[in-house]
Write a protein that binds this ligand. Sequence first.
Ligand SMILES: Nc1ncnc2c1ncn2[C@@H]1O[C@H](COP(=O)(O)OP(=O)(O)OP(=O)(O)O)[C@@H](O)[C@H]1O
Ligand SMILES: [Mg+2]
Length: 308
Amino acid sequence: MHPAIRLHEITKTYGDFTAVNSFNLEVERGTVFGLLGPNGAGKTTLIKILTTLMRPTSGDAFVENYSVTTAGKNVRSVIGVVPQENNLDRYLTARENLILHARLHGMPSSEYNRRIDELLEMTGLSGRQKDFPDTFSGGMQRRLIVARALVHEPRVLFLDEPTTGLDPQSRRGVWDYIRGLRKTMTVFLTTHYMDEADMLCDRIMIMDHGVSLADGTAAQLKEAFSRAHVYEVEFRENSEQYEKVIRALPFVRNVEKIEETYRITLESERYIKQMMDALSGAEIRKICLKEPTLEDVFISLTGEKIRE
Ligand SMILES: Nc1ncnc2c1ncn2[C@@H]1O[C@H](COP(=O)(O)OP(=O)(O)OP(=O)(O)O)[C@@H](O)[C@H]1O
Ligand SMILES: [Mg+2]
């Protein structure tokens, strides 16, 4: 394995509050890595440390083998960053924003003009390149920031919630592009969209309170954390009577009624036969296993409570 990103015991405290706690991680080169977690989990703090916008309180991290604490300039030369907040220069046009970025990275105009045309095309902004960002919608600004992060063809791309505020078409556009980058670039992204993580990421990590709770491929996470076995049952008649029967079974953890369907959570899949025996005689219209989604995994790891 050749990690493009390596974190060693990274800790970040704000006063006596610990936002990131002894974090260790290696991200393999040429893969798309997704960091998930509730509001305040520490995702942006980690990205800020990796992109040298913030120093860790202790520990070190390496991007393409450059230390973020001692070789920040080198780190900045090989990375592209889409920050969580839109931070375009409002006194420059869309195209000028991209040109400024290219020049800061020492690109000659012979090289950057073609590249900028390509990126404006990809983000659907060619027609608005002479306009100022303040006249753009939030989604258009977001797309321009994604384009800006790619101008200098970085080796590692950091995206902090790249598609927040984008319409479904633009999200797909960004996804397609990120998928296309795979193999030539390492991508480190955060997102609150489970479908996005599922679609895009080779590896997903779920974090909360500054520590990692789980990581693996989407399939591995679903497999490992689908401890609860959820079945959906619909009866032809007398459903209330059967609901009582089901609720009284000792291995039934939860029963939820959604319109005419009962969503039943069993302690384990081995109780399905016992449940069916208890329901013998019932006219069942439908029974199916509900496959866990990444969102189920996320909620089971991080709880249902809303964060402040
Ligand atoms: N400059 C700061 N000073 C004090 N506390 C901070 C500062 N920046 C972040 N925090 C705290 O650190 C914790 C982690 O914040 P962070 O921005 O990393 O979360 P996040 O996972 O990116 O959340 P979100 O999904 O809302 O973007 C939060 O509790 C936040 O309040
Ligand atoms: Mg954040």
